[in-house]
Structure formats: structure tokens, C-alpha cells
Design a protein around this ligand. Structure first.
Ligand code: KIV
Ligand code: ZN
Length: 517
């Protein structure tokens, strides 16, 4: 299949997991986590990564900058209002990118102009012209978006798009900001825009849809039918409110129904499942079991008649192969007698190169887990490697955790933590073992940070599943995120707490709690 981007059937995938996706309530990714996701998006083969909204905080500039420095084969974008300060912040973040893009937006609906922007329409046109020209003075690749486009007057939107194109915009995005439009209506809006602005044919038309009425994917498809050759998506469909169009849905839709739509993307679909798991783990947003393409049940068959049909011929009830999204069976790969080479080979089969010091650490960790858990699956190995990539600067190391807990009584925890050469011990009493452990740890790390979020996920099914815990602490308007994986949930929680506390002690926030667009 061709991935030639000049091909008229090629649809660019613009991934906004790290920007619109990160605007989902409760998600805050630090710079390292952004980089981890961006690297996976690069393996997935997206064309453009919108890495963030630079002006929103210094941490955001750092995160976008890190992605721009290390992810070289995708275009890296940063979002901007039509203000010079925004564009300067994006430039600070993107100046070392191989292919930088500025994404400039302003609202064009009467509702937003009057009540939110408090700007006259002519001022919106002028702001567009000035901001796009300023952005173009720094980079060649400038995208312009008419926010709330689907509720904008068509003639006025055409005037703004004309101004953006004249000032040098190379991509025009027509977002359905509030998830209001329908496929027929969206096709009509885009056809009218092409008729009103014929020079739009010289640029790339992009669509950006939200899922408030469950129409995000259908609307993105309608956009492509109307001529759009860029689709803006987020992994697992995360994003503002009900989310954005889901990457996995639109990519698999275009692939599965290629005979009908004739469109292609550059996405390596076998990386989809892994990307979905990584985003879910780092954002703390679980994927609903019946989610299209990446849900746990998307390839499960419950009814006897279905199972019978699938056993006779998978195509009776399956329109896609599980393998095509990278869902190899989660078979047992290793046990406690497996050696270092077997571990390295298992990782290599999963597409990871693990060697040297990393292999030594991974093997020690694997042995510890294999002693406590009968079998170690592919998903366990993936979670352990993720965990290892996170704990490079371990300031506080949990040496021992002892718990006493009984129904109807307060729990007690005793913890021993190593900090460099010093070893600290403390006790805590709380409502349940995790509360008790956090109280004890709080005595040692002496932080004033308070617990803002706590999420637990099981890496696999089964009683001996690894627990994956994410803790978000808040201190002076900043949040600090720690995550850890361990066979015991309380142990994972304690380690995640210590990681978040170490970031708080070092003043390395995930984001400022008053960050807003
Ligand atoms: O939904 C929207 O309108 C946006 C723009 C900033 C592109 O996210
Ligand atoms: Zn959006």
C-alpha cells in the first residue's frame, strides 16, 4: 500500500492525543510521558503530532521541546491563539524540530465572537491575517483553524479562511468544536467552503470532530468524502468532554472499507493495540470494554452461535483480524526458570531492543515478578518495561512495606524507605491499607502535597494480575504524577506515591492546575 503523501488518496493522520486528548479532565502528562507517547506515535506512523499548547505553561514548552528534539520523522505541531506571545512560546518549543508546524486558531461563530472573544468580526479577520503572517515568518508549515466552524456563518467563515490562506496558511482545519454537526451537514459545510474559496484547493483541508453526539468518526469520514486530506484524531478517542475522533476507528475504517472509500493512511496498524494500552496507562483513562477496535471485547465472541461461526470461519463474525491491530494472543511467554536470553528474545519478538544495563535491570525485575506470579505474559513484560523507563531517577526507594488490616478496624502500615545512603522508617494509621501506607510515607517524604487522584488498573486478568497504579499529588497549584507496576496493589501504590513525591520535592510538575486554553 502506498504511503506517498502527494497521492490524492492519501489521508494524513494528525494526532492530537498530547493536546486535545490531554485536555480531558484529570489527565496531566509530564514531559517524559509526552515523549514516551510521541515515540510510540512515531512507530505507529502518524504524520503530525500535536504535542501541546506551548503558552499554557513552562512545563508544556519543555514537553513539546523534548518531543521536537527526539521525534524526527513526524511533523511536530504546537497550538496557538492569534497572539504573538503564543507563537513565540511555540517557537521556543519547536525551534529544534525537524518539521515544525504552528497551529493557529480563532473562533468564527457569532456566539463565540460575541460572548467569548468579545471581538467584532472584522477584528477576527484582522487577527487571523496578522497571526498567520507572523507564524509564517518563522516556519513554512502553518495550520489555521476556525474554532466552532460548524456553527459559523458560511460567508463569514469563507472570509476568514481567505485571509488565512492569503497570509500563508498551508492547512485549513474546519473543526466541529462542540460535536454538533451531522455527516450530511458537515459535507455540505465543506462543499460550500470550497465553492466560496476556490483557492482552498491549493491547501490541505483538515477535519477535527468531537464526539458529543457519538458522531465523531462518521463526521470525520464525511469530511474525507468532501475532500479533506487530513484528519485530526486522538488515541482511544480521548479529548475535551466526550472526546475527539478516535485514531484507531478512523484508521481501521479507511482500511477495512478501502474498496468503498479508496483512501489510505501511513499508519502501521499492528502498532494500534500497543499505542492504545500505553495511552491508557499513562493517562489513567481506562478503555471501555466494548470500545470499537481497541476495547477488550472488540474481538471476543460470547453467544454460542457466534463462537460456533468463528470456529468454522472467522469472517462470519469478524470484519478485521485481531492481528491487524497488533493483538497477538496474550499467551504465556516466560516463567521463573526463563533466563536472560529468553527475556531479551521475548522483548525482541515484541519489537523492543533491550540490552546492556537496561537488560540487567529488566531481568532482575522479571525474576522478582516471576517468583511471585506463576506466569509472566507479554502484557506483563510490556508493563514492566514501561515502568522501568519511568524510574530512572528513583530518589526514594521502597525497601519494605508491612501492613496490618482487619475488617471494621483502622489499618496500620510500617514502611522503610531508602533515600541515597539514609534509611527511614515510619508508621501510619488510616482508613484501609493504602491510606495507612500513604500516611506513613508522608512522614518520610515530608511533603505538603495532597492526594488529588488515585487510579488502579490490572495489567491482565486473573487473581495474580500485576497492579498498575497512578497517583497524582497537588502542591501550590502544581500537580505531580507518579505511576508504578507491582504484583501487589499496595506496593505499586506506595511506589507510585514515592515517585510523585520525588517530583514534588524536586519541583518538577506535570502541569499547573490553573492551566487553561
Ligand atoms: O475543537 C476545536 O475546535 C479545537 C481547535 C483548537 C482546533 O480543538
Ligand atoms: Zn478539539
Amino acid at each position: 500500500m502506498s504511503t506517498d503523501q502527494t497521492d490524492s488518496q492519501y489521508v494524513k493522520i494528525f494526532d492530537t492525543t498530547l493536546r486535545d486528548g490531554e485536555q480531558s479532565p484529570g489527565i496531566s502528562l509530564n514531559a517524559q510521558e509526552k515523549l514516551e507517547i510521541a515515540r510510540q506515535l512515531e512507530r505507529l506512523g502518524v504524520d503530525i503530532i500535536e504535542a501541546g499548547f506551548a503558552i499554557s505553561s513552562p512545563g508544556e514548552v519543555e514537553g513539546i521541546g523534548l518531543v521536537a528534539k527526539h521525534v524526527r520523522s513526524c511533523t511536530i505541531a504546537s497550538l496557538n491563539r492569534t497572539q504573538k506571545g503564543d507563537i513565540d512560546a511555540s517557537w521556543a518549543a519547536l525551534q529544534h524540530a525537524e518539521r515544525p508546524r504552528f497551529h493557529v486558531f480563532i473562533a468564527t461563530s457569532d456566539l463565540h465572537m460575541e460572548h467569548k472573544l468579545r471581538m467584532e468580526p472584522h477584528a477576527v479577520v484582522e487577527a487571523t491575517r496578522e497571526a498567520v503572517a507572523y507564524a509564517r515568518s518563522k516556519v513554512e508549515d502553518v495550520e489555521f483553524s476556525c474554532e466552532d466552524a460548524t456553527r459559523s456563518r458560511p460567508e463569514f467563515m469563507a472570509e476568514v479562511v481567505r485571509a488565512a490562506l492569503a497570509a500563508g496558511a498551508t492547512t485549513i482545519n474546519i473543526p466541529d468544536t462542540v460535536g454538533y454537526t451531522t455527516p450530511d451537514e458537515y459535507r455540505e459545510i465543506l462543499a460550500t467552503l470550497y465553492a466560496n474559496v476556490p483557492e482552498l484547493h491549493e491547501a490541505t483541508l483538515s477535519v477535527h470532530t468531537h464526539n458529543d453526539l457519538g458522531l465523531a468518526t462518521a463526521n470525520s469520514l464525511a469530511g474525507v468524502q468532501a475532500g479533506a486530506r487530513q484528519i485530526e484524531v486522538a488515541v482511544n478517542g480521548i479529548g475535551e468532554r466526550a472526546g475527539n475522533s478516535a485514531l484507531e476507528e478512523i484508521v481501521m475504517l479507511l482500511r477495512t472499507r478501502h474498496a468503498v472509500f479508496g483512501m489510505r493512511t501511513g499508519v502501521e496498524t499492528r502498532e494500534i493495540a500497543r499505542t492504545s494500552r500505553l495511552v491508557s496507562r499513562l493517562t489513567g483513562y481506562p478503555v471501555q470494554p466494548n470500545k470499537a477496535v481497541v476495547g477488550r471485547n472488540a474481538f471476543a465472541h460470547e453467544a454460542g452461535i457466534h463462537q460456533d461461526g468463528v470456529l468454522k470461519n472467522r469472517r462470519t463474525y469478524e470484519i478485521m483480524d485481531a492481528e491487524s491491530i497488533g493483538l497477538a494472543h496474550n499467551e504465556l511467554v516466560l516463567g521463573k526458570h526463563s533466563g536472560r536470553h529468553a527475556l531479551q528474545k521475548a522483548y525482541a519478538d515484541m519489537g523492543y531492543t533491550v540490552e546492556g544495563e537496561d537488560l540487567k535491570r529488566a531481568f532482575a525485575r522479571f525474576k522478582d515478578i516471576a517468583d511471585r506470579k506463576k506466569t509472566v505474559s507479554m502484557l506483563d513484560l510490556e508493563a514492566l518495561l514501561d515502568d522501568q523507563s519511568r524510574d530512572t531517577s528513583e530518589r526514594f526507594v521502597l525497601e519494605r512495606l508491612a501492613l496490618r488490616t482487619a475488617t471494621g478496624e483502622s489499618s496500620q502500615a510500617e514502611v522503610t524507605v531508602r533515600e541515597g545512603d539514609a534509611v527511614h522508617t515510619a508508621t501510619g494509621v488510616g482508613d484501609g491499607p493504602i491510606d495507612a501506607a500513604f500516611k506513613a510515607l508522608g512522614e518520610i517524604v515530608t511533603t505538603t502535597a495532597t492526594l488529588r487522584e488515585f487510579n488502579v488498573n490490572a495489567v491482565t486478568g486473573g487473581q495474580d494480575a500485576l497492579g498498575d497504579v497512578r497517583v497524582v499529588l497537588e502542591q501550590n497549584g502544581h500537580t505531580f504524577t507518579g505511576q508504578a507496576v507491582a504484583p501487589d496493589i499496595t506496593e505499586a501504590a506506595a511506589q507510585a506515591y514515592l515517585r510523585a513525591a520525588a517530583l514534588a520535592a524536586a519541583g518538577i510538575p506535570s502541569r499547573t492546575t490553573n492551566d487553561t486554553i
